[in-house]
Design a protein around this ligand. Structure first.
Ligand code: CA
Length: 424
């Protein structure tokens, strides 16, 4: 695909550390004071207004209903299929290319670009269902060691299937939406009855989410070979977790209110096509998996991931550097497992990876692991300590791939924690 060519250069100035070179061209939805929500892409420090690009006739030869670009969500655009969405990215790369000489590209600037700091990014998809997996072996091993037995940290099913649960879609919010500290029932003392109040152990979970771009029929399963046809793209995903609520409520049916109060996603969907150059092998799966979970080719992706805590005043503290490549179960296996019982998927469904921890201490993807259940607090630049997330803290997640001088980034998934609002 032309758009992935690392030697492409744009006439738009793109800083070397920008997430949005001409090779990325992710999709999002933005809002501007002068008009309503519109589909967009990004280059450098600019949002590219896709409605304006269409109005300049650049998509005239592409066979899709251009009105999908002025929808509040991208679902109908994504539903047009990869043939169209890929053609749109390719066309954008032609317009933005330095070699471009058919029209006065510079003259386009004032029509199709909006400065990123003047655009409000919105949640780009109407999310139908949300499923959360538990697919990082290092994370599952850490949790098993902390709460059960380090010698038998993984439960017997873990290496045989990608464990998951159905999450809550209504509370998934876009980056920069504040997160109110949840209240609920916890049991701080084993010998005393449970209590109601604000969660004291509020945590983040560093994850990647993928968005479904092609539906399947009820009763039909999706093979690992077909899975990537159904995956439109990826986003950063913070699966906020209230550990104290979670610990008391989760037996025997699993996560519930300790998870459902909020999840934060980055505003840009980076297409699977843009990530093509960053494929890599996954870990060896031993024991051998059942035939329906076997796959061919490279299905893991080399995506650097970082988490920082930004206190209300003072400098941020980076608390985690991880990588999406650590996933034991890849997205194709997750989707094959999810549908092996005939469960259907729909455009706009969201699937999160589960917390992505790497093998070393600096690569753990939650405060629960970083502080080892609160026993090893993080020292902040201002001299304070964190065992979990404090009111006023903003959790910042970043993600980017880098190869051959090209950096494909995801933007940020940020959420500031506001004080709880307990029932009087
Ligand atoms: Ca999770």
């Amino acid at each position: 695909m032309r758009v992935n060519n690392p030697s492409l250069q744009s006439w738009v100035e793109v800083a070397p550390d920008s997430d949005f070179p001409i090779q990325n061209l992710p999709f999002g939805v933005f809002h501007h004071t002068e008009f309503g929500p519109r589909a967009c892409s990004a280059i450098g420090d600019y949002v590219i207004d896709l409605v304006a690009v269409a109005e300049h006739s650049f998509f005239d030869d592409l066979d899709f209903d251009k009105s999908v670009l002025s929808n509040r969500y991208l679902n109908n655009f994504i539903r047009c299929g990869k043939k169209i969405t890929s053609a749109v990215r390719n066309r954008l790369s032609e317009i933005l290319d330095t070699d471009h000489d058919e029209w006065d590209a510079k003259g386009l600037e004032e029509f199709i670009f909006v400065k990123m700091n003047e655009a409000k990014m919105l949640l780009p998809i109407q999310i139908g269902d949300y499923t959360d997996f538990y697919s990082s072996k290092e994370h599952a091993t850490n949790i098993g060691s902390l709460f059960r037995d380090p010698e038998n940290a993984l439960l017997p099913n873990w290496k045989h299937l990608p464990v998951g649960y159905h999450g809550r879609a209504s509370s998934i919010v876009v980056s920069d939406t504040p997160v109110i500290r949840p209240c609920g029932q916890t049991k701080p003392n084993a010998d005393e009855p449970p209590v109601y109040g604000p969660s004291r152990l509020l945590d983040f979970e560093l994850e990647m989410g993928f968005v479904i771009g092609k539906e399947s029929e009820l009763g039909q399963s999706i093979s690992t070979g077909e899975a990537e046809d159904h995956i439109f793209g990826l986003m950063l995903f913070n699966d906020w977790s209230a550990r104290d609520i979670q610990k008391w409520e989760y037996v025997p049916l699993g996560p519930f209110l300790g998870k459902s109060f909020a999840s934060t996603v980055s505003p840009w969907i980076v297409t699977l096509e843009a990530l093509e150059p960053f494929r890599m092998p996954g870990p060896v799966q031993d024991p051998e998996v059942l035939p329906y979970l076997k796959y061919e080719g490279l299905r893991n992706f080399d995506i650097n991931l970082q988490v920082a805590i930004q206190p209300e005043a003072g400098a941020e503290k980076v608390v985690c550097n991880s990588n999406f490549q650590y996933m034991y179960w890849n997205m194709s296996q997750q989707l094959a497992h999810h549908t092996v019982n005939g469960c259907n998927v729909r455009v706009g469904d969201m699937y999160a990876s589960g917390t992505i921890s790497g093998p070393e201490k600096g690569s753990y993807g939650s405060m629960l692991e970083i502080t080892w259940k609160g026993t090893q607090p993080v020292e902040m630049p201002d001299g304070s300590q964190r065992k979990f997330i404090a009111d006023g803290d903003t959790v910042v997640m970043r993600g980017w791939c880098e190869k051959d001088g090209v950096r494909i980034g995801f933007g940020e998934a940020n959420g500031k924690v506001l004080p709880a609002k307990p029932i009087a």
